[in-house]
Design a protein around this ligand. Structure first.
Ligand code: PLP
Ligand code: TYF
Length: 394
C-alpha cells in the first residue's frame, strides 16, 4: 500500500525554512515564514499568555473533553474581539478549530457540503494553503486580480472586473486585513464597493483574518470584517490567534458562519459540530483557554493589547526605516510602497531569479514570489537588505 504513494509537493514557505536552517553562513537573514520575531530574533511568549498559562496550571481542575465546538466562552470572546456588535449574536454559529488553517479547512468543507457547484474566488496571489486545500478537496476555484505589480498596490479595477464574472452562490475569499503575501489592502471605500458587488450578484464572502492587530490596530484591522458582516446576509469567517496571541504551535482558531436569519443558526451550529467530529472530534483546548482567559480579564487583556501594539509599531518602524534607506540608496521613491503596506509581509514584485540571487549572494531568504517577512528584520539588518536590493538591481 504505502509503496504506491506519490511524493507530494512541498509548501514553498516551509521548504524555505528548512533551507535557511541548513545554511551555515552566520550572516544569513530569514525573511521567510510568517512568524513574528523581535529585534533579538526571538519569537517571544507574550506576557499575558505566560500569566494566563500560570493561572491555568494553578486553577484548572480537569482536562476532560469540552465539547465538539470547544468552550462557548472562547467563541463569545473571539466573536466580540473580531465583530464587536456588528452582527446579532444569535445569527452566528462558531466552533474552535486547530488554528486558522483548521477554520479555513472547515469553511471549505462546509461550502462543498452545502453547494458542490460553488466556485471559490481567491485573490491572485493568496496564501498558498488556500489553493492547496481547495484543490485537495476538489472544490472549483479561480483567481481574481488583486496585486498591481507596477504600483505594488491593489489592482482594484481588475479585482472588480474579475469578480463581476462570478455567479450567484459563488464564494469570494477576502483577507480581513494585512493581506498575505502582498501587504496591499483595500481601503474602507473600496470594501464598500466590494460589498455592493457581492450583494448585487448574490456572492458569499468568506473572510480569512489571521493578523488582527498587526496592521493599523486591533479595532482598525477588524473594521472591514465588521463592515462586511453588517452589510451582507451570509458570511463565513476563519480566524487565527496564532499571530496576535503568539500561540502558533497551540493551534488556536475559530470558524464562524453567519446565517441570514437567527432561526437557521441551530442547524448551522450542528453542522459545524458535525464537521469537527468528522475531522478530529474535539478541537485543541489549551490555546483557546489561554485566549479566553486573557480576553475576559481586564488586566491581562490590557497588557496583551499593549504588547501587541508594541509589536505592531516595531514592524511599522522597520517598514519606514527600510523604505527610507532604499530611497536614500536608490535615489528614487519606487520603494515607498513598503511604508504603505500593512502587516508582516510585503511583496517586492521582483522575479524569482533575483530572489534567488539575494539568497545565493547575500544569504537573504525570502519566498520565491518576493514576499518578505518584515519582522525578520532589525535596525542592523535593514541597511544590509536595502543595500542588497539596490546592488542586485531589483
Ligand atoms: N490565513 C492566512 C492568510 C495566514 O497567513 C495564516 C498563517 O498564519 C493562516 C490563515 C493560519 O495560520 P494558523 O493555522 O497557524 O493559525
Ligand atoms: O504565510 C506564512 O508564512 C504563515 C505561516 O503551511 C504558515 O501563514 C506558512 C505555511 C503554512 C502554514 C502557516
Amino acid at each position: 500500500m504505502l509503496s504506491n504513494l506519490k511524493a507530494q509537493p512541498a509548501d514553498k514557505i516551509l521548504a524555505l525554512m528548512a533551507m535557511y536552517r541548513e545554511d551555515p553562513r552566520p550572516t544569513k537573514i530569514d525573511l521567510g515564514v510568517g512568524v513574528y520575531k523581535n529585534a533579538q530574533g526571538v519569537t517571544p511568549v507574550m506576557r499575558a499568555v505566560k500569566a494566563a498559562e500560570r493561572r491555568l496550571v494553578e486553577e484548572q481542575t480537569s482536562k476532560a473533553y469540552v465539547g465538539l465546538a470547544g468552550d462557548p466562552a472562547y467563541s463569545d470572546a473571539m466573536i466580540s474581539l473580531i465583530l464587536s456588535d456588528a452582527v446579532s449574536r444569535d445569527r452566528i454559529a462558531a466552533a474552535a478549530t486547530p488554528g486558522g488553517t483548521g477554520a479555513v479547512r472547515q469553511a471549505f468543507e462546509l461550502i462543498r457540503n452545502t453547494n458542490p457547484n460553488a466556485k471559490v474566488w481567491v485573490s491572485n496571489p493568496t496564501w498558498p494553503n488556500h489553493v492547496s486545500i481547495l484543490n485537495y478537496l476538489n472544490i472549483q476555484n479561480t483567481t481574481y486580480r488583486y496585486f498591481d505589480s507596477e504600483t505594488r498596490g491593489v489592482d482594484f479595477d481588475g479585482m472588480l472586473e474579475d469578480l463581476s464574472e462570478a455567479s450567484a452562490g459563488d464564494v469570494v475569499l477576502l483577507h480581513g486585513c494585512c493581506h498575505n503575501p502582498t501587504g496591499a489592502n483595500l481601503n474602507l471605500t473600496q470594501w464598500q464597493t466590494v460589498i455592493d458587488l457581492l450583494n448585487e450578484k448574490g456572492l458569499i464572502p468568506m473572510i480569512d483574518i489571521a493578523y488582527q492587530g498587526f496592521g493599523d490596530g486591533l479595532e482598525e484591522d477588524a473594521a472591514a470584517t465588521r463592515l462586511v458582516t453588517s452589510s451582507v446576509p451570509e458570511c463565513l469567517i476563519a480566524a487565527s490567534c496564532s499571530k496576535n496571541f503568539g500561540v502558533y504551535r497551540e493551534r488556536t482558531g475559530l470558524f464562524m458562519a453567519i446565517s441570514e436569519k437567527a432561526d437557521n443558526t441551530a442547524v448551522t451550529q450542528g453542522n459545524l459540530n458535525h464537521l469537527n467530529r468528522q475531522n478530529f472530534s474535539f478541537p485543541p483546548d489549551h490555546g483557546a483557554r489561554v485566549v479566553t482567559t486573557i480576553l475576559t480579564d481586564d488586566a491581562l487583556r490590557a497588557d496583551w493589547a499593549s504588547e501587541l501594539e508594541d509589536t505592531r509599531l516595531s514592524m511599522l518602524g522597520l517598514r519606514e526605516q527600510l523604505a527610507s534607506e532604499l530611497q536614500r540608496l536608490s535615489g528614487s521613491d519606487r520603494f515607498g510602497f513598503l511604508a504603505q503596506h500593512r502587516g508582516m509581509f510585503s511583496q517586492l514584485g521582483t522575479t524569482p531569479d533575483l530572489v534567488e540571487k539575494l539568497r545565493a549572494d547575500y544569504g537573504i531568504y525570502m519566498v520565491s514570489d518576493s514576499r518578505l517577512n518584515i519582522a525578520g528584520l532589525n535596525a542592523t539588518t535593514v541597511p544590509i537588505l536595502a543595500n542588497a536590493i539596490v546592488e542586485s538591481g531589483i
